[in-house]
Design a protein around this ligand. Structure first.
Ligand SMILES: [Fe+2]
Length: 261
């Protein structure tokens, strides 16, 4: 599997504080069957990480992984905030892309206050890059107005959801919205967004397992979201055809009552 979004580099952001903790994450990922992790440290005002820092740290963790014989490779990337995506020059943004392609991971905002999402994203596209939105399911703006996300996807934006969103780690609202996004065919990748090996570990499959009861068949599609799509993203190629969205879960009696109010 390929984990497209992971804070594995030591000492750069709110991920592991040192190389030992980074290696513990690598070990946990390899044990679950992940073979490639994309290191995506925050690039935003509170973490002023530069492309050179990422390159150096990727080389350092790969050396440590190789010395332990783990079947895992770390490649470079970043999770770029919207303000940084608007502000950074084209050349810098190009160095922050996922793997060797032209897809760039852009952090969905956590606040409900509005921001010129569409303007910034189209600015990134005009600079020749392809935005992948990190965890849009956790973004209050999209929860309130899913059509804004639909329009972005129609403009070529991809959505990478967090595996933990499917298992309820971020609450029932996020979980329900994540399932809606799968049913609407708006998900293109599932990543761990891991920050350590204990509390936010680099696991991908438990989310699919946890969602299987609500969207039967999703577990069988896991390989498309964790192998097929991320392989294309890392190579900078268009995504292959996606599997049919799983059937929408039946609307609960409680939800019907709420909708009528
Ligand atoms: Fe992240």
């Amino acid at each position: 599997m390929i984990d497209l979004h992971c804070h594995i580099l030591p000492g750069l952001d709110d991920g592991p504080v040192n190389l030992d903790f980074s290696v513990a994450m690598a070990r946990a990922a390899a044990e679950e069957g992940t073979q490639v992790m994309v290191a995506t440290p925050h690039v935003r005002d509170d973490y002023r990480v530069e492309a050179d820092d990422i390159d150096r740290a990727v080389a350092q963790i790969n050396e440590a992984i190789a010395s332990l014989g783990l079947q895992l490779m770390v490649v470079g990337g970043a999770e770029v905030s919207l303000p940084k995506a608007a502000e950074l020059p084209e050349e810098t943004l190009g160095r922050l892309c996922l793997g060797s392609g032209d897809y760039i991971l852009v952090e969905s905002p956590y606040r409900s206050s509005d921001i010129d999402l569409e303007g910034i994203i189209s600015g990134v596209q005009e600079r020749g890059l392809r935005p992948v939105l990190a965890h849009p399911e956790r973004c209050p703006i999209f929860q309130r107005d899913p059509d804004r996300l639909v329009r972005l996807v129609n403009s070529g934006v991809l959505c990478s959801v967090t595996s933990g969103s499917l298992s309820g780690r971020f609450g029932s609202t996020v979980r329900a919205f994540t399932i809606e996004l799968f049913s609407d065919g708006l998900v293109h990748d599932v990543a761990s967004d891991a920050h350590d090996h204990l509390h936010r570990p680099p696991h991908l499959l438990p989310g699919f397992d946890a969602a299987e009861a609500d969207i039967p068949g999703i577990r069988e599609q896991a390989s498309w979201f964790t192998v097929t799509a991320p392989v294309a993203i890392l190579a900078g190629r268009p995504l292959p055809p996606s599997p049919d969205p799983p059937p929408r879960p039946p609307v609960s009696r409680w939800r019907r009552i709420v909708d009528r109010l």
